[in-house]
Design a binder for this molecule. Structure first.
Ligand SMILES: [Zn+2]
Length: 121
């Protein structure tokens, strides 16, 4: 499962932007065209509204949508049960595409324990 940070394009696309910064969602099943236009499903199920022109890719940005964050994995597990944090996988120099392919089970830290989570459907 791969995430692309993206925001709804267009002015006040979701009523959140004024004074509160940009609401960056996590898109799954996503593709990006020309580093700008993103297509996919927001974890929080947000959809471009009538006045919006769709998703803008926000490469390099962190997800800020509270609903998306709740559904984002905090950790990933490999088939041996080893655990890496999402942050490490996304930002560490040592995290190669091999690592990101191996650690493919999304997990969430709940009450100090890291447990596999069910993929959002
Ligand atoms: Zn969202």
């Amino acid at each position: 499962m791969k995430f692309i940070p993206a925001k709804l394009a267009g002015r006040c696309a979701d009523g959140f932007e004024r004074g509160q910064g940009v609401k960056v969602h996590a898109l799954i099943n996503a593709t990006v065209q020309d580093h700008t236009f993103a297509y996919g499903d927001a974890l929080c199920k947000a959809e471009p509204g009538r006045r919006s022109v769709g998703w803008s890719a926000m490469e390099g940005y962190g997800v800020t949508c509270p609903k998306c964050l709740k559904k984002m994995p905090t950790h990933w597990m490999d088939s041996f049960g080893n655990i890496a944090t999402n942050e490490w996988l996304q930002t560490s120099d040592k995290s190669t595409s091999d690592y990101r392919a191996e650690y493919n089970i999304p997990c969430k830290e709940i009450g100090g324990k890291v447990i596999p989570m069910v993929e959002p459907s």
